[in-house]
Ligand binder design. Structure first.
Ligand code: FAD
Length: 488
């Protein structure tokens, strides 16, 4: 039986490991942290539970497909519940808008705040659907190593049809008259940590994922997902070893033949699959001669500044997911990606799972996961100095937005900064989605799933193809596993 080492037990690594074990390989996952899940992590304290990474489950079928592959039913592992509304949006002028995957309901909300855009919304969603359907059979189904295949006439026509020289913001300004709706749909660029002012309009496929396919929560918290995948991995014969940091990938005759841990232990293998951030893997786990300076130019996705707040109070105005928009979205993204500084007036996301799941907080309390997009790490921001004042600014803004007495009701609190994301998960400059999609050709410039420099070395996870976000990293694991299986 051929041996495979997977570096990292993030969702991409677990997805690859499970599929490879089911395909007949002897698979060992080596994870540096004490638990599996990578950036899908959690904190439990004083009766409160918080997911500290992903909070929204989309593309449920991708998860189901993994369980199907193992001959299992996802329902036997996870209780997945649809969310309605998917997200409640708040603007500074006190406008509130509920987005739902019930299209008629959303259309009624649009009728209320921007009646002239109802028809535009239907047209927009039809375009978003078409874009998604093309991406699903091309970009999301094939590794970049298959690029020559994607460039054949059969796919090329479709790919050109969804390609665009326009950015997402220009696309939305062409569709919607209401600035509020332009801003609402621009927000989808942040689903892979990018700026709507730089991401190509092709990414207008993302709203269909949420409005057309639906959005879910997992009862007990999103961390139930990596727990379920670890169970599936164990049942499939995968060995998972935690507290095992890999120091080097051993390469002989340009072929990956195993790894060395930081404690000196060596694991020999026939293949290595790196779920460690792909750019960091080239930078730190491989010999310098394999590093291509071009990788320095791959812009990391944005990072995040997170507050976990256990609050002795209910906020009935909140839904499960909430967005408090800033007045000047462009200034926010200029700060994040041009100045590499935290936005002075940030849009604030709150996930309050206590709104729909009583297991998440003590009675009459809320577990607020507060997330603000933050720049990837650089010398321009020292979070050790700035975290506390940024935290104060966010709490004050939320109080101004109607969360009265928030400050005085906090009984548990933890701050997570971009520097924490960088050190805990060894991500490239604290990026939370891997590589950004800023730039017309960005999607084609990711690290491919199969190394072109080292034989038998594969990459999975947010910094590789097809990108960041839970379902996409699961797909990267599928692509890598299929390529390895095809070779054997
Ligand atoms: C705050 C936040 C909010 C998010 N919200 C959403 C959301 O709502 N919906 C969604 O779908 N996605 C969301 N995401 C993104 C999603 O969580 C990630 O894209 C996805 O989980 C990343 O998976 P990955 O496979 O790239 O691996 P990672 O999670 O990056 O895991 C990689 C693993 O490799 C380990 N590792 C690294 N180096 C080594 C080494 N040398 N040796 C051993 N192990 C190593 C790390 O410790 C880590 O466990 C969010 C992320 C964050 C942080």
């Amino acid at each position: 039986m051929k041996k495979i080492i997977v570096i990292g037990a993030g969702l991409g690594g677990l997805s690859a490991a499970i599929r490879l074990a089911v395909s007949g390989f002897d698979v060992t996952v080596l994870e540096k942290n004490e638990a599996v899940g990578g950036k899908v992590n959690y904190v439990a304290a004083n009766g409160y539970k918080f997911d500290t990474g992903a909070s929204l489950l989309t593309m449920r079928h991708v998860f189901e497909d993994l369980f199907d592959f193992c001959g299992e039913r996802i329902e036997d592992y996870l209780t997945i519940v649809p969310l309605d509304p998917i997200c409640r949006y708040f603007w500074m002028d006190r406008t509130v808008f509920d987005a739902s995957s019930n299209i008629e309901k959303t259309a009624r909300e649009i009728e209320r705040i921007a009646p002239r855009d109802v028809e535009n919304f239907h047209r927009y969603l039809a375009d978003s659907r078409r874009k998604y359907e093309i991406a699903e059979k091309t970009f999301l189904a094939h590794s970049l190593n298959d690029l020559p295949k994607l460039l054949r006439p059969k796919y090329l026509k479709d790919l050109l049809a969804i390609s665009s020289m326009k950015n997402l913001d220009a696309h939305h300004r062409a569709f919607f008259q209401s600035e509020k709706l332009q801003q609402l749909f621009n927000r989808f660029a942040t689903y892979n940590g990018s700026s709507p002012y730089q991401t190509p309009a092709t990414f207008a496929l993302v709203p269909f994922v949420e409005f057309g396919l639906g959005a879910w929560y997992v009862r007990g918290g999103i961390y139930e997902i990596p727990k379920a995948l670890a169970r599936l991995a164990n049942e499939s014969g995968v060995k998972i070893k935690t507290d095992c940091a890999v120091e080097k990938i051993i390469v002989e005759n340009k072929q990956a033949v195993g790894v060395r841990l930081e404690n000196g232990e060596i694991f020999k293998s026939d293949y290595v699959v790196a779920n460690s951030d792909a750019i960091e893997t080239y930078r730190n786990l491989l010999d310098k001669k394999f590093y291509n300076k071009k990788l320095d130019r791959r812009e990391p996705s944005c990072s995040g500044f997170v507050l976990l707040l256990g609050v002795r109070k209910k906020f009935p105005q909140l839904a499960h997911h909430n967005i408090f928009f800033s007045d000047n979205y462009r200034a926010e993204f200029d700060a994040l990606f041009t100045d590499l500084r935290p936005a002075k007036n940030p849009t604030i996301y709150i996930c309050a799972t206590s709104q729909t799941d009583a297991t998440q907080s003590p009675e009459n309390c809320e577990n607020l996961f507060v997330l603000v997009n933050a720049p990837y790490t650089s010398s321009k921001t020292d979070w050790k100095i700035e975290a506390q004042s940024y935290r104060d600014l966010i709490i004050k803004k939320l109080e101004n937005c109607g969360l009265e007495d928030l400050e005085s009701s906090i009984e548990f609190e933890q701050i997570i900064t971009p520097e924490d994301f960088e050190s805990k998960y060894r991500t490239n400059r604290g990026s939370i989605y891997g590589v950004s999609s800023n730039g017309i050709f960005s999607a084609f410039l990711r690290v491919p799933n199969k190394s072109k420099k080292v034989e038998n070395l594969y990459f999975v996870g947010g910094a590789t193809h097809p990108g960041g976000g839970m379902p996409l990293v699961l797909l990267s694991g599928k692509m890598a596993a299929e390529m390895i299986a095809r070779e054997n």
